[in-house]
Design a protein around this ligand. Structure first.
Ligand code: ADP
Length: 253
């Protein structure tokens, strides 16, 4: 009957939400655990303690964004119901490179090294939910690293183009066939078997949409992939929590 059909669709949506929550919480917990471990064993100066605490806070904000998304879903609220902040995409990108550093270094030790190239415009302003934007970038960096099992170069660019604040993440990895590229944003589509959830790019797509932006993929099999996030540019605002960038922080062992 019609009611059964609706019930089934609701259950499917709840299952999808639960899988998404697990994926995001895991993604946020990894850097929290890594930073807590480093804090406990290696932080020798107050500056280092502050740096690790900062990473833990930022990763925790991602988990908090997940929680509020679940809340909105349960209350059936429109997704963009305020709470957005002035953001600088260059600072966000730097945060995410910090958060993923322990993961990248761990990878580099047993496979090829992943070189990071930053091409950041000084201030690329947009408005949005910082936890969600960080989560999208985290997924993109994770995918780029996954695509380069033997190492390679990860290039992160931020720039303004017309009315858009843009961020592009490029890898020199395996690339995508046309088939994979077409399906890559589908929830649960993965080529990584049991290691993949197929939710990373679906999240990126949803987050871009919620911020009235777009996410696009360009990829050449065997050469690499670039994913570009375009969000509406915010003009004439300064992020409230602007901080000096963290690229001069001590390298983690
Ligand atoms: P997952 O990473 O769990 O598989 P995603 O939704 O993030 O889920 O990605 C879906 C699929 O898109 C991946 O399984 C992979 O085949 C492809 N993909 C995503 N990012 C890249 C990339 N940077 N390079 C090559 N393939 C990618």
């Amino acid at each position: 009957s019609h009611e059964d059909h609706l019930r089934e669709r609701r259950l499917a949506a709840v299952g999808q939400l639960a899988a998404g929550v697990m994926h995001d919480v895991n993604n946020a917990l990894n850097p929290i655990m890594a930073a807590a471990y480093l804090l406990r064993h290696y932080a020798e100066s107050p500056d280092a303690v502050r740096d690790y605490a900062d990473r833990i806070q930022k990763a925790a904000e991602i988990a908090a964004a997940t929680a509020s998304r679940v809340g909105r879903f349960i209350r059936q609220e429109p997704v963009h119901a305020g709470g957005d902040e002035a953001l600088d995409l260059s600072a966000m990108a730097e945060d995410v490179l910090d958060l993923t550093e322990p993961m990248r270094l761990r990878r580099s030790s047993d496979a090829g090294e992943v070189l990071i190239v930053r091409q950041f415009a000084p201030m690329v302003s947009t408005r949005g939910l910082p936890g969600e934007i960080r989560e999208a970038l985290l997924n993109l960096v994770q995918n780029a690293v996954d695509a380069m099992p033997d190492g390679g170069t990860l290039t992160v660019r931020t720039f303004e183009e017309g009315a858009d604040a843009c961020l592009a993440i490029r890898d020199t990895g395996v690339g995508m066939s046309a088939d994979v590229r077409e399906r890559a944003f589908e929830p649960f589509f993965t080529t990584k078997g049991s290691k993949g959830s197929g939710l990373g790019l679906a999240e990126v797509y949803g987050i871009a949409r919620r911020h009235r932006g777009t996410a696009t993929i360009s990829s050449v099999p065997g050469r690499g992939t670039e994913v570009t996030l375009r969000l509406p540019r915010a003009v004439g605002i300064e992020p409230a929590d602007a901080e000096p960038d963290a690229s001069s922080l001590p390298v983690v062992p």
